[in-house]
Write a protein that binds this ligand. Structure first.
Ligand SMILES: CC(C)(COP(=O)(O)OP(=O)(O)OC[C@H]1O[C@@H](n2cnc3c(N)ncnc32)[C@H](O)[C@@H]1OP(=O)(O)O)[C@@H](O)C(=O)NCCC(=O)NCCS
Length: 161
């Protein structure tokens, strides 16, 4: 697609750096190339945070988190984009980049879940190829109330670049 050009976003790898803070005050890793291995260890089980950097603006605009399971064949996914950068397709682009990397590495399955009221997140997940797999009523206690969660999954066999 023509809009996937160099001045768009990229997902970078690396552990959050406390000396590289965004205006929102959250530490983010700094990266210079398309999805690449940073100083962290994204291939080990546990959470790993990928930074999303806007190339033209040279600023960090979000993150994609991946929790690799102990079997190293499946992972859970989460993501956040700074409010001022939402609604332009950047988060979808970053998530697709990370998914492509995960499936190229041989993962068989990626799972995600979101608050049922989080329509933007659900739209993003379906846009990049996730399928709705379940619904958990009153599954999460959040800000003083029980909230419903939607469960999503994407198999390697369903992944289309
Ligand atoms: C979830 C979240 C990342 C979605 O951000 P987003 O910017 O809406 O996601 P995308 O990158 O997929 O952008 C898609 C939107 O950009 C619009 N868009 C505008 N120009 C576009 C372009 N050139 N290409 C693609 N999409 C474009 C699309 O129409 C779409 O809008 P719509 O959903 O109203 O139809 C963001 O809302 C967020 O950070 N929320 C807080 C954290 C959170 O909830 N995380 C998920 C926890 S599970």
């Amino acid at each position: 697609m023509t809009r996937r050009t160099d001045d768009r976003t990229r997902a970078g790898k690396g552990r959050p750096r406390t000396d590289d803070r965004t205006p929102a005050g959250k530490g983010r890793p700094r990266t210079d190339n398309r999805t690449r291995a940073g100083k962290g260890r994204p291939r080990l089980p546990g959470w790993f945070q990928y930074a999303v950097k806007h190339r033209a603006e040279r600023c960090l605009i979000g993150d994609v988190g991946v929790r690799l399971h102990d079997n190293k064949m499946q992972a859970d996914l989460g993501f956040t984009l700074a409010a001022e950068w939402q609604g332009r397709g950047y988060a979808s682009e970053a998530v697709r980049t990370v998914l492509d990397d995960l499936f190229r590495r041989g993962l068989r399955r990626v799972s995600a879940e979101c608050d049922a009221r989080n329509e933007r997140s659900a739209r993003l997940l379906e846009r990049v190829g996730f399928r709705r797999e379940g619904y958990r009523p009153a599954n999460t206690w959040l800000k003083g109330e029980w909230t419903d969660d939607i469960l999503f999954g994407l198999l390697a066999s369903q992944w289309r670049t």
